[in-house]
Design a protein around this ligand. Structure first.
Ligand SMILES: C[S@@+](CC[C@H](N)C(=O)[O-])C[C@H]1O[C@@H](n2cnc3c(N)ncnc32)[C@H](O)[C@@H]1O
Length: 207
């Protein structure tokens, strides 16, 4: 489905509805709030589409890799950003290179897991979590779904329980926000011993 949508856009059809040619505001706001700076550290963008989020990370000084399983999206990203420093690759969340495990200081996942069928969410979340380096951070953006609510995807927005599937060993939920009037999750997880902040505890205990 995704490859067909990107191929249609490349052939002059409608642009993919999630792409508006700029980094996602919910990501930019998070980055600016902490004055995020890469300093040459490695970062990875999951399901990068045409690469706006990846270009933003590269502009902040991250050594950025970005992948998508749709080859036409990756070809489009390379074409739209001809002078890019980003390493754009075709890869599938469900079959990631082993050598990526534990490598990235920042991993950004925006709306990719929810574009996959629900039965794939746990393995996708585990695979993404495994990419985060010691003391690294994972940012997850997704739209929200209440537990037990029926949804006919795609997309299949994430429940709170599904978000917790990104928690993995010492990769803990530091901050979990409901933004956009409650219709989006913004979750920040990181590895290390530091205690989660109160909002993560609050969110974890909300009904
Ligand atoms: C809804 S779009 C979101 C794109 C972008 N992350 C954003 O926030 O605008 C989902 C993207 O994930 C990609 N995708 C879906 N399943 C994937 C998989 N198994 N592995 C890699 N990419 C995948 C799609 O091709 C598409 O570009």
């Amino acid at each position: 489905m995704f490859e067909a949508m990107y191929a249609g856009a490349e052939a002059g059809g409608a642009e993919p509805p999630w792409d508006y040619g700029a980094p996602r505001p919910q990501f930019v706001e998070w980055a600016e709030a902490q004055d995020l700076s890469g300093g040459g550290r490695p970062a990875l963008v999951i399901g990068c589409g045409y690469g706006a989020d990846a270009e933003f990370l590269a502009s902040l000084g991250f050594l950025t890799t970005a992948f998508d399983f749709a080859p036409t999206a990756i070809a489009g990203a390379r074409r739209k950003h001809p002078d890019s420093q980003v390493n754009y690759l075709v890869a599938d969340v469900l079959h990631l290179p082993r050598e990526w495990q534990g490598v990235f200081d920042l991993v950004v996942e925006s709306l990719t897991v929810q574009s996959m069928p629900p039965e794939q969410h746990p393995v996708a979340a585990r695979n993404i979590a495994a990419l985060v380096a010691p003391e690294g951070t994972l940012l997850v953006l997704a739209t929200t779904r209440e537990e037990d609510s029926e949804v006919k995807g795609p997309p299949w927005p994430l429940t709170r329980a599904e978000l917790k599937e990104f928690v993995d060993g010492d990769l803990v939920m530091r901050r979990l926000e409901r933004i956009e009037g409650g219709s989006w999750w913004r979750a920040e997880l990181s590895r290390g011993r530091e205690r989660p902040d109160a909002s993560a505890n609050q969110a974890a205990s909300d009904p």
